[in-house]
Design a binder for this molecule. Structure first.
Ligand code: MLT
Length: 260
């Protein structure tokens, strides 16, 4: 399925995949700084933002295929940098597994390689059933919003929160349920980490309550050529919450790759 996307800036391509249940607007903090040097392609994953929301379970592989099809339609001929936050990171790992030749570097943000525990998968199924019955996103917002942001963001950068709530509320129950069920059945990609051949940046908010720094550190240790960046005052949406620090880490990493 072709996805809606924004194509922003000059230079080597960096594809950024958003988390659940957000859309490409979550990269607003990267557009000016990173997007003035690199060409940022930011798709809306299926069911999110302006992309279509088909029926069914949105597996990470299907979402990965959507991204690949969209990149093909853009006619990109050389390997690009791939980044993903949280669910976007799950999709990025599915893409790395399927088509490593397409990518020259990887940025894993506030994400994990492991599968859901049976308990987490059960909770997701409960939420999926609930949003379909309710006909709105309230249950997902109630479960997830309190865990998204650092204490610093809640106190000092509160204007960042409402737009994210609004994006979550706009996501249809069908897309919420499709993504929740897809995440619940996603594969454990821990075994893939040791096989990643490209330079990788693992970035995490120091207060990420959903995919904590300890998990990011383990992931970075398992990837042969990985660096770890812990973003101060950041929660699960570190690139949005502390864009200045996240952009410094991202640009240092990207500039170190050399321009291609
Ligand atoms: C996300 O931000 O994409 C979600 O927190 C991922 C998840 O629920 O595992």
């Amino acid at each position: 399925m072709l996805l809606a996307y924004e194509d922003h800036g000059p230079g080597p391509v960096v594809v950024l995949l958003h988390g659940f249940p957000f859309d490409r607007t979550m990269w607003s903090g990267q557009l000016a700084d990173v997007g003035s040097i690199y060409r940022l392609i930011t798709p809306d994953l299926r069911g999110h933002g302006e992309s279509a929301a088909p029926e069914g379970i949105y597996t990470m592989e299907e979402m990965a295929d959507d991204v690949a099809e969209t990149l093909d339609a853009l006619g990109l001929r050389v390997p690009v940098v791939l980044g993903g936050l949280s669910m976007g990171g799950y999709v990025a790992l599915a893409l790395m597994k399927r088509s490593p030749e397409r990518f020259r570097a990887l940025i894993l943000m506030d994400t994990r390689a492991t599968a859901d525990t049976p308990e987490a998968a059960g909770n997701r199924e409960g939420l999926a059933a609930r949003v379909l019955t309710d006909g709105n996103a309230d249950a997902v917002v109630a479960a997830q919003l309190p865990k998204l942001f650092s204490a610093y963001t809640r106190q000092n950068r509160a204007p960042l929160i409402e737009p994210i709530r609004a994006v979550m509320e706009r996501t249809t129950p069908r897309a919420l349920a499709g993504s929740l069920r897809g995440m619940a059945k996603r594969a454990d990609q821990s075994g893939l980490l040791g096989q990643i051949k490209v330079p990788t940046l693992v970035l995490v908010g120091e207060e990420d309550a959903i995919t904590p720094p300890a998990e990011a550190k383990k992931m970075a240790e398992a990837i042969p050529n990985a660096q770890l960046a812990i973003i101060p005052d950041g929660g699960h949406l570190a690139p949005l919450e502390n864009a200045a620090a996240a952009n410094r880490a991202i640009l240092t990493f990207l500039n170190g790759l050399g321009k291609q």
